[in-house]
Design a protein. Structure first.
Length: 246
């Protein structure tokens, strides 16, 4: 039996022809969309568990938030007056506290807040880089969202040996990759092109290949990136780092 049928909705697809139905029907069976087509009169009296009149409503694929730091959601706006450099300095203190587990309540609240906002606003997938990523996994998993998530690593930022950081990242992959029906994807998160040495990037590239996971980072945010690239014998950060991990 059909679980859900939405009729008479404006339906936007991303199928092979990017079809848009001004009065469309979407059928869901066993948690899968099985039909997307123009509405026919019988749809309005269909034998489905849930029938939704989609008049004046939009049905579309979920939006993707391609970059976030969900554990910091509760701090949104707190640093908006600062320059990027000032922000990094101020955030460093909070990052250290997060890493020690002193702000777990804030991290969990941030992920919950973000998940609620996403669901209310049509975002179904997120790519997030955090410090206490393991706290966010059950929240994101149980929310029904799809997430690419992982702990940030950086050998010039964290006072922690490279090997130890990589082992933590690998453990995160072992524990969480492809969990919650495959909706949680563990990622490797070298933080940026300013605070990682070339050696760390090479280790990340090796680990990404070994575990076959996505690499998520910040690129080209500041002129310091150019300086660091030149120190690593490359002309620009984009050449330096993307050749390593692509
Ligand atoms: Zn970021």
């Amino acid at each position: 039996m059909t679980d859900v049928l939405v009729h008479d909705a404006l339906v936007v697809t991303v199928d092979d022809h990017d079809n848009v139905y001004e009065s469309g029907t979407v059928v869901v069976e066993d948690d899968r969309i099985t039909e997307v087509r123009p509405t026919i009169p019988d749809d309005r009296t269909a034998d489905a568990e849930v029938v939704i009149d989609g008049s004046d409503k939009l049905v579309m694929p979920g939006l993707v938030n391609a970059h976030a730091h969900l554990e910091s959601s509760a701090l949104r706006g707190a640093y908006s007056d600062l320059s990027y450099g000032e922000l990094l300095v101020d955030m460093t203190v909070i990052c250290q506290q997060l890493a020690k587990g002193e702000l777990d309540y804030l991290a969990e609240a941030g992920v919950r807040l973000a998940a609620l906002n996403f669901i209310r606003n049509g975002i179904t997938s997120v790519c997030t880089m955090d410090i206490r990523s393991e706290l966010g996994v059950p929240i994101l998993g149980e929310s029904g969202l799809r997430a690419l998530t992982g702990p940030l690593i950086s050998d010039l930022f964290w006072d922690e040996p490279v090997e130890s950081q990589l082992r933590r990242a690998e453990k995160f992959i072992d524990d969480h990759h492809e969990t919650y029906d495959g909706r949680i994807h563990a990622t490797l998160c070298p933080h940026d092109d300013m605070t990682l040495t070339r050696g760390m990037w090479e280790s990340v590239a090796d680990t990404a290949e070994e575990y076959d996971v996505v690499v998520h980072t910040h690129l080209l945010e500041d002129s310091v990136s150019d300086l660091n690239a030149r120190a690593n014998k490359e002309k620009t950060p984009s050449v330096c780092w993307t050749t390593l991990v692509s």
